[in-house]
Design a protein around this ligand. Structure first.
Ligand code: MN3
Length: 199
């Protein structure tokens, strides 16, 4: 199958000032598009062509096909990231997700602090994730470069992700990754996270 660049689930300027239209024009229109185009070019005429994006990512990793893994995992991660943000986001989670966060991290504030510390602490490029483990508890994980929890057994089911590659924040925050993360919490899509928690 040919993979498509999904449309953003909101207007290009809807996340400003937390994430500007200019950032999204580059991040979605150039970076994400390039990952989609390169994935399609790499799978053309190969056995990967018939696989879903998720299966393709896992097979590329198992095959040691690093080039394809990086491009295809970035396609998945970015689509998940767009959905992890909302102009109606921010605030605190509700319902059973709020309970799970308290159980796993002590309090919402402790969770937020730990998520920001973990994501700021990623030495290079990568992703911060809130994941649900098999036992129902929550965890914060970081992955490097294109790596993604969906490629690894036992890493947990992603509930939301924050892109901490410089291209995600450099236009708006220059090198200030902690500022980006603080601001990012005002657009976290808790409805999406709850849906993933339940699903
Ligand atoms: Mn990115």
């Amino acid at each position: 199958m040919k993979h498509e660049l999904p449309s953003l689930p909101y207007a290009i300027d809807a996340l400003a000032p937390h994430v500007s239209a200019e950032t999204l024009e580059f991040h979605h229109g150039k970076h994400h598009k390039a990952y989609v185009d390169k994935t399609n070019a790499l799978i053309e005429g190969t056995e990967y062509e018939k696989l879903s994006l998720e299966d393709l990512i896992r097979k590329a990793l198992a095959d040691g096909n690093k080039g394809l893994f990086n491009q295809s995992a970035q396609v998945w991660n970015h689509t998940f990231y767009w959905n992890s943000m909302s102009p109606n986001g921010g605030g605190k989670p509700s319902g059973e997700l709020a309970d799970a966060i308290e159980r796993s991290f002590g309090s919402f504030d402790d969770f937020k602090k730990k998520f920001i510390e973990t994501s700021v602490g990623n030495f290079g490029s990568g992703w911060g994730w809130l994941v649900k483990k098999d036992d129902g508890s929550l965890d914060i994980v970081q992955t490097d470069d294109a790596d993604t929890p969906i490629a690894h057994e036992g890493m947990g089911k992603p509930l939301f992700t924050c892109d901490v590659w410089e291209h995600a924040y450099y236009i708006d925050y220059r090198n200030a990754r902690p500022k980006y993360l603080e601001s990012w919490f005002d657009i976290v899509n808790w409805d999406f996270a709850l849906q993933n928690f339940r699903g």
